[in-house]
Design a protein around this ligand. Sequence first.
Ligand SMILES: Cc1cc2nc3c(=O)[nH]c(=O)nc-3n(C[C@H](O)[C@H](O)[C@H](O)COP(=O)(O)OP(=O)(O)OC[C@H]3O[C@@H](n4cnc5c(N)ncnc54)[C@H](O)[C@@H]3O)c2cc1C
Length: 594
Amino acid sequence: MAHSNSTKNISYRRFDTLIIGAGGGGLRAALQLSEADASVAVVSKVFPTRSHTVAAQGGVNAALANVSEDNWHWHMFDTVKGSDYLGDQDAIEYMCRAASKVVYELEHFGVPFSRLDNGSIYQRPFGGQSKNFGGSQATRTCAAADRTGHAILHSLYQQNIRAKTHFFDEYFAVDLIKDDEGNIQGALVFDIKTGDIVVIEAKTTLLATGGAGQLYRTTTNALINTGDGMAMSLRAGVPLQDMEFFQFHPTGIAGRGMLITEGARGEGGYLVNGLGERFMERYAPNAKDLASRDVVSRAIATEIREGRGCGKDKGHVLLKLDHLEESVIQKRLPGIRQTCKTFLGLDPVESEIPVYPTAHYTMGGIPTNRDGQVVTPVKDTPEEPVQGLYSAGECACVSVHGANRLGGNSLLDILVFGRSAANHIITQLQENRFHRRLHQPSVDQALERLFRWNKKGDGESVEELRTDLKKVMDENCGVFRTQEVLDEGIEKVSALAERLKDAVIDDHSDVFNTARVEALELENIMDVALATVYSAAARTESRGAHSRIDYPQRDDIHWMKHTLYFSENRSIDFKPVRTKPLSVDSFPPKPRVY
Ligand SMILES: Cc1cc2nc3c(=O)[nH]c(=O)nc-3n(C[C@H](O)[C@H](O)[C@H](O)COP(=O)(O)OP(=O)(O)OC[C@H]3O[C@@H](n4cnc5c(N)ncnc54)[C@H](O)[C@@H]3O)c2cc1C
């Protein structure tokens, strides 16, 4: 029976590695492992090719120099500057150096990149890209029209099928489970269709569950991006890092949130306000519309706040593409054109697009090292790997994006670190040939989490609380922040978390598994929301996407450090930024102008 209420059959399965998440990060790792003959299970709550990676439009950064001169060192500088100097420079060097390799690998996996006339991979300019350490605009983003994520995800999925990766499609991971010594030993998952429960025992587990864009009401993210892996990791005692840094993308369709890729500005589009001014010239005289995302989002919000918005309520600005050739739009931005026709009834070849900043990307996440190992402070040591646990992709924080991610760097991040995590797992598996003994109480705890949502009867509904949470996050933890507003945010989210304890699904005689999933997701996103507001209230400076009206300056003396939020006692700690790269000189903090 579809979506039944039967969560009774429990089976046990064993694999070398469990990967939770079938987006680009999870699938890149799975492929590396399957090709090394490890037995790999990939669990995904949606069919793999519906993961959010499929929605990525603009492209992936690599200094291939196909269009203009470029090298990884310039890419590294741009990424460090883009991160507002909070990114770890060793990890950034590692990622930028690996970029060309992972993109060529994709080409060989069959990703149908757009082509230049000479047959090489097409690249477009994107925000925050420069030549020669802050000079003129670079052209670094490799693209398959405006459907790059779609091309990548489908190719990776097909390669995994060929490599015989084992998929658990439409299974929901409830919680991590442990062995007798407290190491991570897989997860408890359930089949959303039948309700059947599977305890997947694995020598190593990789969390690749993506971002938490569902924290906000207006978001480019899919409904499934509820931060599940981040919450699972919190429950396993691992802190979350840098959660105050949440990226608002400058060009979401006003009022709806669907993304208009930065590639639209890369192809020559620009923003205008209600007076018809090209206002980005005032905020970023050199880079203009291709300044970093945090800069452009703040500029739009400021124009609107100061009364220079467009439309009846002056609540948005306009993105102009109508000066571009129809053939450019059709060839390079066909998906955008379609989105505008479908959701706005307008054709960007003829009309401007109403846009407003929208929630987009989670810079913070599960702290990892360059090998994808999850790391956490232990007693007097700054950090130690958590045995058996790995993380890669948007849910992880390695940290290459620091306080602000550059467009095109996330697809790169998930490929580079999905791959490096898999390589480390392969060495781990050689040393750990046997499964350890399962700690039954950790299984029982996960079961309790699941069965808690069998509860019916009177009480507040999950849906109501979810709506309230998004409203609070919009109002109390948005583009601009103050202590007062953030402290109120802490109070309000804490109160919602309290109310969630007594919430119920509905009072129907049968509880559908999809409703159960939504409830578990709300518990997860609530924990991520707490991490976000607590971290934001703690950081009394403005850096990257964290913009404090009461502390407008970046403060390098006190704040060159990462935030760590622990769910136990809801406490905050810090760890230093790693400013020393692997082989080149550090980029010291400088004023960040574009
Ligand atoms: C609209 C949009 C456009 C973007 N465009 C670009 C771009 O052009 N360039 C760029 O670099 N970046 C872009 N990004 C960002 C980038 O696409 C993402 O950061 C990246 O794809 C995330 O990949 P991932 O593998 O970490 O996670 P995802 O692709 O989000 O996959 C997460 C996976 O985890 C699974 N999962 C989650 N929770 C559970 C659970 N409890 N149980 C079982 N499975 C679970 C899901 O089913 C899914 O398979 C864009 C993002 C959006 C939203």
